[in-house]
Every structure is written in structure tokens, then in C-alpha cells.
Design a protein around this ligand. Structure first.
Ligand code: NAD
Ligand code: TYD
Length: 360
């Protein structure tokens, strides 16, 4: 039975990935999930799989090299899928330090622990042991409104503290591959949306605010473009890259679903109106009048877009879920998980929201 070490598995993409992997491989794999449980980590996301015999949760900080090394010493980890990170651009603008700690130093700890466990006396590595570093297309910087796509060959030009820290972590993974021939891949993915996403990110924030008749904050002119990918398609891409991709290669994941933020907001409002029955009291709260233009994000990247040519040609992956279907599935999930949303928006979230939006 192959053992996976997943970091950040209690977060948005990590928890979707764990669900995806158990759906796909069932009892053929074992997953150890290591997560510090920051504000973004939530064991509620994994309630339905927590009792499986082939699943283990370990609460640990990826910056804690002793704790991480111990996991490698006690288990024959054959696959690492490294999600754990601070992931929100706005928070990185307010407090960059923790981004460098977790995203850069934490990745270094993960690389060192895997290298120590997998390296053989002759400097080669145990066969079929692999590390996948999950990264973002934001490392490539910003595209012009009408100008081209990000490719794996696009030079790195990060702007935010978040993307700079992810770029640094990518560079460390590349350095380990180049220096030690460390068996790894990097994936750089576009913006994800779907179940379990924390409502600091655009799509769940807009869904939640609209359902409560709260203002929908649009940064700047609302015309910044993101290339949205349904999270399950990303999870599938990660697995396909790790099993079918060429080792040491980078693959961009995303593709051809570019939307302006303001378009996203209108699609969400229209879909909510379609999906809520007339008798549902939330229906009356959903209104275009909630749209509020606010002060722009500092250093706001204008456009991200991926042409997924390499992953399609080499691995056979393509984005399967149409946005209209993905957004309906996402909204349906939030309808069915009102308690989840209530729990994550109580307490600290109120203070976060106040800090982030009251001055705008
Ligand atoms: P998230 O913020 O929802 O989850 C991050 C998880 O990491 C949380 O469970 C958190 O508790 C955990 N974590 C944070 N610091 C930790 C530490 N020091 N030690 C151990 N665990 C820690 O993030 P996400 O949106 O699921 O993103 C996952 C990964 O995918 C990140 O590396 C991110 O850069 C990358 N990514 C995200 C997107 C996106 O649209 N969300 C797109 C491309 C790439
Ligand atoms: P976000 O979900 O934070 O992802 P990222 O910054 O990593 O792309 O933001 C997506 C886009 O939505 C980005 O252009 C910023 C914008 N945005 C708003 O206009 N209002 C908001 O309240 C948030 C959170 C984001």
C-alpha cells in the first residue's frame, strides 16, 4: 500500500485532494495529513473520512523539522504532496513575515526531511519516491489585458509578498532538483474555486455576503482577470502529474476560463437568484445593489491566464468542469453546508473582516 504525506490537508485544496484520492484509490493508498491548523485549516473538512483505517491526521507545523523528520522516520513515505502554505494575498500585504516562514522555510524543512529519508548512500534516491510541490501561477506576475498566457517558460516576476514567497519556495524545489537530483515536480495552478474554500477568497466571500444582504466589495474597477479552475480538476491534475508527468518538470494547471471579477460577481448573483426559491427569505436579500466598489488592492495584478498546452500534451489533463456547472456545484455545496460557513465566520473572522474592509 503506497503511503502519501499530504501537508495542509485541512485547508481548501488539500481537503478536496484527500477526498479525491480516497474516492479514486479507496483502500489502495494510505494518507498521512500533516497540518498546523491555522485559521485556514479545519478538520470539519475531513469529518467524513477521519475514521478510515488508512488515514492519519498529525497536527504539526511544517517549520518544525523534528516533528516532520519523525514522520519520515516512522513511515515509508513514497509520495509527498505539499500544499501547506499561507495562501491569501491580502493577508500577505498586511503581514508578510508568516508567509516567508511557512512558505519558504517550511518548504525547506519538507525538502530536507524527504531528502534525508529518501537519499541512498551513493547519492541517488529510493526508486519511485516523489515530492510534488503545489504552487501558483501568481509567481509569473501579471499579464496585460489582451496579452498572452503564462507558460512554464515564462520568467518569474512575483509582485505580492504571497507570490514572492511561493516563487522562493519553487526556486528551492528547483535548486534541490538541480543540485541533488531530488525527485520532484512543481505544479503552478490558476485560481481555484469549489467546496471548503475559506470566505476570505473572492468566490465564497461573495456567495456568503450576498446571502446575508451584505455589501459585495469589488477592488478597483473590478476588471482584473483571473483564470478560474474547479478545485476537483486541480486535484486530478496533481495526481496525473505525479503519476504520469516527467520527473523534474514543472506543469501549469488551469485554462481558458478567464473572467473579470465583476463578471464573476454577476454570475454568482444570477445563479443564486436561479437556485433560491421565491419563498426562501434569502432570495430577497440577493441584489445587484450590494455591489460596492472599494479601494484597490495594493500592487493588484491585472490578469492571470494559463494555456495548459504542456500538461495536456504530456499528461493528458485538461480542465473538465465548465464554469457554469462548477459554480452551481459550489453554490449548492454552500447551501448544504450553512453550519460550516457559520462556524468559520464566527469569532476571528469578524475581526479579520473588520480589519480588512472597514478602511476601504
Ligand atoms: P488554504 O489557506 O485553504 O490552506 C492552507 C492549509 O495549510 C491550512 O489547512 C493550514 O492550516 C495549513 N498550514 C498553514 N501553515 C502551516 C504550517 N506552518 N504548517 C502546517 N500546516 C500549515 O490554502 P489553499 O487555497 O488550499 O492552497 C493550498 C496550496 O495551493 C498552497 O500552497 C497555495 O499556494 C496553492 N495554490 C492555491 C490556489 C488557490 O486558488 N487557492 C491556486 C494555486 C495554488
Ligand atoms: P482572491 O480570491 O483573493 O485570489 P487572488 O488574489 O489570489 O487572485 O481574489 C481574486 C480577485 O478578486 C482578485 O483580483 C482580487 C479580487 N477581490 C475583490 O475584488 N474583492 C474581494 O473582497 C476579494 C477577496 C478579492
Amino acid at each position: 500500500m503506497r503511503t502519501y504525506l499530504v501537508t495542509g490537508g485541512a485547508g481548501f485544496i488539500g481537503s478536496n485532494y484527500i477526498h479525491y484520492m480516497f474516492r479514486k484509490y479507496g483502500d489502495q493508498i494510505r494518507i498521512i495529513n500533516v497540518d498546523k491548523l491555522t485559521y485556514a485549516g479545519n478538520l470539519e473538512n475531513l469529518k467524513d473520512i477521519e475514521d478510515r483505517d488508512n488515514y492519519t491526521f498529525i497536527r504539526a507545523d511544517i517549520c518544525d523539522s523534528e516533528a516532520i523528520s519523525k514522520i519520515f522516520e516512522e513511515n515509508d513515505i513514497e509520495r509527498v504532496v505539499h500544499f501547506a502554505a499561507e495562501s491569501h494575498v491580502d493577508r500577505s500585504i498586511k503581514n508578510p513575515e508568516v508567509f516567508v516562514k511557512t512558505n519558504v522555510l517550511g518548504t525547506l524543512v519538507m525538502l530536507n526531511a524527504a531528502k534525508a529519508a529518501w537519499e541512498l548512500p551513493d547519492g541517488s534516491f529510493k526508486p519511485d519516491h516523489k515530492f510534488l510541490h503545489v504552487s501558483t501561477d501568481e509567481v509569473y506576475g501579471s499579464l496585460e489585458e489582451d496579452g498572452g498566457y503564462f507558460y512554464e517558460t515564462t520568467p518569474y516576476a512575483p509582485h505580492s509578498p504571497y507570490s514572492a514567497s511561493k516563487a522562493s519556495s519553487d526556486m528551492l524545489v528547483k535548486a534541490y532538483m538541480d543540485t541533488y537530483h531530488f525527485p520532484a515536480n512543481i505544479t503552478n495552478c490558476s485560481n481555484n474555486y469549489g467546496p471548503y474554500q475559506f470566505p476570505e477568497k473572492l468566490i465564497p466571500l461573495i456567495i456568503n455576503n450576498a446571502l446575508h444582504g451584505k455589501k459585495l466589495p469589488v477592488y478597483g474597477d473590478g476588471k482584473n482577470v483571473r483564470d478560474w479552475l474547479f478545485v476537483e480538476d486541480h486535484c486530478k491534475g496533481i495526481d496525473m502529474v505525479q503519476e504520469k508527468g516527467r520527473l523534474f518538470e514543472t506543469y501549469n494547471i488551469g485554462g481558458h476560463n478567464e473572467r473579470q471579477n465583476i463578471q464573476i460577481i454577476h454570475i454568482i448573483l444570477d445563479t443564486l437568484r436561479e437556485m433560491l426559491s421565491d419563498s426562501d427569505p434569502r432570495r430577497a436579500l440577493v441584489s445587484d445593489d450590494l455591489i460596492t466598489y472599494v479601494e484597490d488592492r495594493k500592487g493588484h495584478d491585472r490578469r492571470y491566464a494559463i494555456a495548459p498546452d504542456k500538461i495536456k500534451a504530456e499528461v493528458g489533463w485538461y480542465p473538465e468542469t465548465k464554469f457554469e456547472d462548477g459554480i452551481r456545484k459550489t453554490i449548492a455545496w454552500y447551501f448544504e453546508h450553512e453550519d460550516w460557513m457559520k462556524n468559520v465566520t464566527s469569532g476571528d473572522y469578524q475581526k479579520y473582516y473588520e480589519d480588512m474592509y472597514s478602511g476601504r
